[in-house]
Structures are given as structure tokens and as C-alpha cells.
Write a protein that binds this ligand. Sequence first.
Ligand code: 5AD
Length: 469
Amino acid sequence: MGEPFVQISSASSTALTAGARRFYIETFGCQMNAHDSEKVAGVLLARGYVPVTNPEEADFIFYNTCSIREKAAQKVFSRLGQFRKRGAGSQIFAVLGCVAQQEGEEIFERAPHVSLVCGSASYPRLPELLEQVERGRRVTGLSLDTDECFETELTRRENRFRAYLTIMEGCDKRCSFCVVPMTRGPERSRPSQKILEECRLLADQGFSEIQLLGQTVNSYRDLSPARRSFAELLVAVGQIPGIRRVRFTTSHPRDFTPEMVAAIDACPALCDHIHLPVQSGSNAVLRRMLRGYTREEYLEKTDCIRSARRCISISTDIIVGFCGETADDFEQTLWLLERVGYDQVFSFKYSPRPRTPAGGWPDTVPEEEKGRRLIILQERQRQIQLARNQVCVGKEFEVLVEGFQPKLSQAVGRTTSNRVVNFAGRPEWVGSYMNVRVTAVGPNSWVGKRVKTSTAEAQELTAQPSQQG
Ligand code: 5AD
């Protein structure tokens, strides 16, 4: 509030002239960012801008940035640097997202050809900010003081069968390593009624999979009179006719409830997969990370998931080499990998971030040792995944065909448990659901063969024998 967001431009800033309205967006980072870019694109289309796929052809270049780790944050400056070297010409540059929020007006000093710096909490003001930029001004949107989500009906979705949908934004957890509370602002949830209306609309438009998004998605709090819990919201979305798959990400272990598992058991449209970032298997490290749970409490939650009637896959995020992580702490993380038996792990070397509590602590584990631990962890997990995947050989799964690789004539499908299956197929299969028998597995994907499930499909299969390998 009261933030002086408009600055009159320097002489070098260029007004966007009528007819020069081609835009290009490059997105870095998470699904939340990918979906934010879809919403930003919608706002731009509504203002008469035209999307282009080549930045050289664009009048307006947007970078939607990520600052979760140092390397990710550097990417945008390297992009801006490339243009600076060549001379940005008449192109207008905007830096959006987490780096924008974190670096603020300093971006103008490092990259004077940038005209708009806007964090995600200010996206509701994008039309107003764009108008200022179009008049040749240099503008920032950096206030975090908001209880609003970025509501827009103008979203331009990239995928025609899977729709991302924000249900909550921001984070109040304040884990000591994490920039998100500083870059995305406080937790705020959308009313469940509105979410469900949007889901029904998406189903009518032909989307069959919905991915509910939130930085800590299961911290969702419905402040509308319906007062739906997160689990109730999941079921309500899963019951919408036409919606065959519902995913949600990312869940925080602190807000995990057995009701989430009961909902998955009760509602077939809810995918049998939960992403539950643990970060470390050592209680000492978890305490310093301010995660708000112990290893034992975390294991109660994964045991609850494993006790479900459906076989729910579990994935996680792990940071190695956090401040003060000893060899023994790391061993405890390796132990946890085995104990849980994760189906997928995303692992990262700790990267100190500015303005986080841990950012000021000694970064005790040398870079080389972080790298060593990462390799050990990834190799251990590779073995675990391979073993977990091997028991699936010979079994049949339903997949949604998400892509096609022309060189290999292979369809790329995904099971509800989030496993990728490659099988002989055709490009027009993309977007449809099929049954596949697993014939071989690696640690990261499966190979399969389409199987007939109905008379109609069986006829189609016999009509196309050469496609079936
Ligand atoms: N350094 C390394 N990894 C981090 N993550 C978040 N902050 C950092 C950091 N400072 C990882 C966490 C999180 C994922 C999205 O990124 O594992 O769950």
C-alpha cells in the first residue's frame, strides 16, 4: 500500500506505438510460474497484443523469473545481458515474478533497458501497469501487502486437455532457506465456489485434467460460507462431470491430513500421487530449516499414504548440504529415502538466498561436498525407483497421452501415479486416455504397449496393426 509504483521514464525508454504489439514470454521455474505466464498472456491478448515464439520478432519481451536458487535467479540477468550487448533497440523488457520482487528497482540499474519490474503479488494491477509502460513510463509493481489472488478470466492455456488452476497463492511457512514468503507474499486462498465454477467451465471447454496449484496447496482455507476443507474441495473438483484427473501441488507436510488420503481413496478422479517435500531426513536439520515437523511425524504421514486402499505414489524434494549438515545428517536422509521408498525425488544443492534467515548463516558444506552428496543421493534414489518400477512390468495402466515423439513414432503417456510410459502410437492420440501394458522399465520411465479395452478400441487396433509395434 502507498508504494510509489510509477516513475517517469528516462529519455531512453520507448513508448509502445500502435501496431507494434508483438509479445514474447519466457518462463523460468515452477508450475506456478508457468500458469502465471498463461494468465499474463491472457491479459496481453485482451489488450490486443499478439504472441510470437521468437524473441527477435517481439516488441515486448517478458521474463517470468524464478529465484528459488542462485542459478535460477542469474538466468534472467544473462538473458538481459545478451540483449544489452547487441543493443536492445526499440524492444521493451519486463521482468516479472520472484527475481522482480527480490531485486526490485535495482534491476533498472543492472539493466537500464527494462521498463517493467513486477512481482506476482502485483499481477492483479498488470493492466494498469501496462498502460503506464505503453505511455513510455518505467514502472514497478512491488507491493506484497495483498489479500488478493490474480483473478482473470483471460488465461491463455498452453495445453488443451490439462488445465492449471490456482487455488491459493503465497506462503506463510517461513522455512529458513526459502525465498517464497519474500517473493510471493502472504497466503491467500480463492473462494471454493469460484474455483468450482471455473472447473466446470474448464470441463465444458474440453479439459479433462485439472492441476490445482498453490505454493502450499494444502494450506488452502476457504473463507467463503461453504468453508470447504482442502480434502472436500478435492472431492468436489473430482466429481465434476468431464474431469477425469485431478492433481494438486505442492503439499506441505505440516498441513497434510489423513482426509486427503481418504479423498483419494473415495474419488477415482483424484490422481494417486502426492508430492510431499521432506527436505531432509535429519531432525537437527529439519529444526534449523524451520520445517515444523520431525522425521517421525513426517513418516506417520507417509505411512498413512501407504496404508491407503489405492497405491498412491509419493514424491519429494530434498536439499543437500544445508547449513551445518553433517555426514551423519546426510546418512539419515539416505535412510529416509529407503524407509519411504519414494517414486520420484527432486534434489538440490543448498543455495543461500538473500533476505532468508539461513542466508545469513555460515554456509558450512563446501560446494564440492554438496555435489558429492547430491550424486550419492541421486544414485541411491535411482536404484529405489528402478526396484519400484520393476514390480509394474506386465501390469496394465490407464495413461493420458500427453505427447508424441515423431522420430520414434512413440506416444508419451502418463499414469495417474505420475509415471511416464512410452509406447508405439500416433500423433492424433495426444489428449486421449488409453490402456497400456508395461513391457520394460527404467528408473525414470516405462515402455509399454497399448492394449484393447473396448470393442471400438479393439477394432481400431486391428485396423492399425503396424502402429502397435
Ligand atoms: N536452496 C536449494 N534448494 C531450495 N529449495 C528451496 N529453497 C532452496 C534453496 N535455498 C528447493 C526445496 C523446495 C524446492 C521447490 O526447491 O527443495 O521444495
